[in-house]
Structures are given as C-alpha cells and as structure tokens.
Design a protein around this ligand. Structure first.
Ligand SMILES: [Zn+2]
Length: 237
C-alpha cells in the first residue's frame, strides 16, 4: 500500500488538533493519507493506552484516512535514536508518501520536538540505498511542519479548512478520555484551557488573516520554488 501523504505526530490526538482540517481536506480531494502516532499515550494523565488506540481509530474514521499506524514507542521517553529512526524510515519506505507532515521543531513537550527531529532524519534515511531497511529507497518530495503547538512560530502558509472545521472538532471529540463532553477535564492540553475553544480561536485567527473562516498554519524548511508569482495564493494587503 502506498499513500500520497503521511502525517506524523507523537501522541494519539496530536494530529487531529494540529492537522485534522488539512488531513480531511486531502482525503476529500482523493489523496490517500495515513496517520502515524509514535506512542500509544500510556503515560498520559487520563485514559489507558488501549482506550487511546480506540479513540484514535474513531478519529481516523471521522477524517476518512486510509490507515492509522501506532509505532508503539515508549511514551514520554521518546528519543531520536537509531532504532526509532529505523522504525519510522521503514514505514516511510513501505508507504512511499510524497508529502510528510511533521510537528514544528520548537516545542514545549519533548515528545513533539523529538518527533520532528527523528521524522526529518527518517525521511532522509529512507532514501539511502544502503540503509538497513527492507524495500526500495524512498524519500518524500516535501516535508511541511505544523506550527500549531509552537505559538511563537509564525506560519509561512495557511490552508483554508473552513469546510473541514466541524469534522476536525468531531475527530477531536473522539478522544473522550482526554476531552470529556462535560468539559471538566478539557484541560490536559494547556492547563486551564478548553481545547475546543482553543482550536476554534487559533484556526479562526489564521482564517481571518487569509480572509476565510478557519485555517491551519504550516512552514517548510527548504526554499519555496515558484514558477509564476501571479498564481501565488493569498490575499491583498
Ligand atoms: Zn502530544
């Protein structure tokens, strides 16, 4: 099985919050998308690993993705070591994505930062002919980074997710162990902050900047190649 896009994050529920709108949009456009969580989330304050895996499956169904993978690495002890790089690189070879979505490189949670680092390294390693992996070498054509959790990181581009926004919220609601409907413990993401209010505010703020209802922000590291500046997206000053 191969996919067009592989979205990678540390914990189940990260991808829904950071990129749920873009993932749903890519699926609507007919692209094959796989979601990959590095850990099962067993060290989280709320909910067991089994419960979080079930919630992840529920959210994957809502977003309509082709596959959801959990690498099953150790929660809160994620390291950018060679084993982790190899495990992720093997998935990249198996799935052959053209686009990879990673978390931004500066993060409050160490697992998120490590996922960015090891994710980049795995994309490179998967393309090496002599890498100790099975299958043919493959390197994604493009890596983009979600600036969602990195509030000080300015997005370079914003994706209009207005039509996917309610589905994004529905996917986040699948995580009832983390964000129960009574709202009482909707506070695990940032203490004292309701996740649904936060997501609405963040996506709305970016949406306003590109004159749509809701948007998600991303950056890329490599220089953007532009053939025709007149066809660049965005709004007037
Ligand atoms: Zn996380």
């Amino acid at each position: 099985m191969s996919v067009d896009c592989l979205a990678i994050a540390a914990h189940p529920d990260d991808l829904e919050i950071t990129s749920g709108g873009l993932i749903a949009k890519l699926r609507e456009r007919g692209y094959e998308v796989a979601m990959l969580d590095m850990v099962a989330g067993e060290a989280g304050t709320q909910g067991s690993a089994e419960q979080r895996v079930k919630e992840a499956e529920c959210a994957a169904k809502v977003l309509g993705v082709s596959a959801r993978i959990n690498l099953g690495l150790s929660d809160a002890h994620l390291q950018p070591d060679l084993e982790t790089r190899a495990a992720l690189a093997q998935k990249i070879r198996d799935l052959k994505p053209q686009l990879v979505i990673l978390p931004y490189w500066e993060q409050r949670h160490p697992d998120h930062r490590v996922t960015c680092e090891v994710g980049y390294d795995a994309c490179f390693y998967a393309g090496l002919k002599k890498a100790k992996l099975s299958g043919e070498p493959h390197r994604p054509r493009k890596i983009i980074y979600s600036t969602y959790y990195a509030t000080n990181a300015p997005a370079q581009f914003a994706v209009d997710i207005s039509e996917q926004f309610e589905r994004k919220l529905e996917a986040i609601r699948c995580y009832s162990s983390q964000f129960p409907p009574d709202g009482k413990t909707n506070r695990v993401f940032i203490p004292g902050v309701d996740i649904f209010e936060y997501v609405r505010l963040r996506d709305r703020e970016l949406g306003i900047r590109i004159r749509v209802d809701y948007a998600e922000g991303y950056v890329q590291k490599e220089l953007l190649a532009v053939d025709d500046p007149l066809k660049l997206g965005g709004v007037s000053i």
